[in-house]
Design a protein around this ligand. Structure first.
Ligand SMILES: NC(=O)c1ccc[n+]([C@@H]2O[C@H](COP(=O)([O-])OP(=O)(O)OC[C@H]3O[C@@H](n4cnc5c(N)ncnc54)[C@H](O)[C@@H]3O)[C@@H](O)[C@H]2O)c1
Length: 344
């Protein structure tokens, strides 16, 4: 019998893909989610029909009592539940703090008090590096580029939490790491950049790759903030899921570590000047977008340097940008009925 695994945020985009993978290879998976995100009910019923044995707890990471019960006897905890949008963190910073910082602390305390020392893997974010204003950026015809960092930004970059979301996730990131040092709980931190793929109910504020596809599919207006030349490294969900699996299996190496996990310098995409033509080809028509002012804190470029995780754990992305976008595009086209409420 494979191990018992708890996935907080297990009904969300990344969480549901992790449940699919780990339940599929025999882990005894429990989802812990408060179902506040659109699409989580749809993800949970899809998972339940595929894996009737998956256990679902409706609970909130802000509530230590809910967590105390959920972590009992778990051997692995994947902690993904979060307030995920930077914009929402600015309008409601207290809620953002309570979910991301205090909620993560609650997860760790529940684990510590249970006493079993399960593996804990945490989804952090590249936002912990802030705006990186001192890094020189050059403007090319269709995209921005780093002048001095051809491989992207490494884990050695200074922490500079920016935005309430950056602060709350950054605090969580450091607590997760420190519980390995102080309490000997085997924890791993993934500083993820932009992840995309099936089961992502992207909205304008979070999940832009999916949002552009969903909005275009349903004839909703698409707004590009900035000039559309801003660059992100993008990682297909299947590659991230594989990364979780490897980190668990190589816990002797990965414990106590922080890894940048993203598409890296080989899998980058500019928000509209490069993504636009791919979309127009997939939809076989011209797509009209509106350009608006840059949003505060929006970086002209962010690309993760993924050489540390490559070297230590032997992982690298396998799904290229074009192939991954096609997979997401086809998933949306084949599952239009799931989106009716989202695009109403
Ligand atoms: N998707 C990305 O590109 C990306 C990038 C960097 C980091 N991350 C991190 O990865 C994790 C998963 O992100 P995602 O894209 O799957 O987002 P998501 O919104 O699809 O998943 C988050 C899940 O957490 C649940 N949740 C929210 N508040 C909760 C609470 N108080 N108690 C219990 N459950 C709660 C939501 O219902 C949802 O199911 C998050 O921690 C996010 O910060 C995501």
């Amino acid at each position: 019998m494979k191990k018992k695994m708890l996935i907080t945020g297990g009904a969300g985009f990344i969480g549901s893909n992790l449940v699919d993978h780990f339940a599929g290879i025999g882990y005894q998976v429990t989802i812990f989610d408060n179902f506040q995100r659109f699409g989580t009910r749809e993800n949970a019923s899809w998972l339940k029909s595929k894996y009737p044995q998956v256990n679902i707890i409706t609970g909130d990471i802000r509530n230590p009592k809910d967590l105390k019960i959920a972590v009992q006897k778990q051997e692995i905890v994947l902690h993904l539940a979060a307030q995920v949008a930077v914009t929402t963190s600015v309008t409601d910073p207290r809620n953002d703090f309570e979910v991301n910082a205090l909620g993560t602390f609650n997860v760790l305390e529940a684990v510590r008090q249970e006493g079993r020392k399960p593996i804990v893997v945490f989804s952090s974010t590249n936002k912990v590096y802030g705006g990186m204003e001192d890094i020189v950026i050059i403007e090319k015809k269709d995209r921005y580029a780093y002048r001095d960092f051809p491989n992207g930004i490494s884990e050695k970059n200074n922490l500079d939490f920016h935005s309430p979301y950056g602060c709350s996730k950054g605090a969580a990131d450091q607590y997760i790491r420190d519980f390995e040092r102080i309490y000997d709980i085997p924890t791993v931190v993934f500083r993820q950049s932009c992840i995309y793929g099936p089961r992502q109910f992207g909205i304008e504020d979070q999940g832009w790759v999916a949002w552009f596809i969903i909005a275009t599919t349903f004839g909703k207006p698409v707004t590009v903030y900035g000039d559309g030349k801003q660059v992100r490294d993008v990682l297909y969900i299947g590659d991230l899921v594989r990364m979780f699996d490897i980190a668990i299996n190589k816990i002797k190496i990965s414990r106590g570590k922080i890894y940048n996990v993203g598409g890296g310098s080989k899998n980058t995409l500019s928000v509209w000047s490069e993504f636009g033509p791919i979309l127009e080809e997939l939809f076989q028509r011209k797509i009209k977008v509106t350009f608006a002012d840059w949003r505060p804190g929006d970086q002209k470029i962010y690309v993760s340097d993924i050489r540390k995780v490559q070297k230590e754990l032997g992982w690298k992305p396998q799904v290229g940008v074009r192939a991954g976008i096609e997979k997401l595009f086809h998933w949306v086209q084949e599952n239009k009925s799931l989106f009716t409420k989202l695009v109403r």
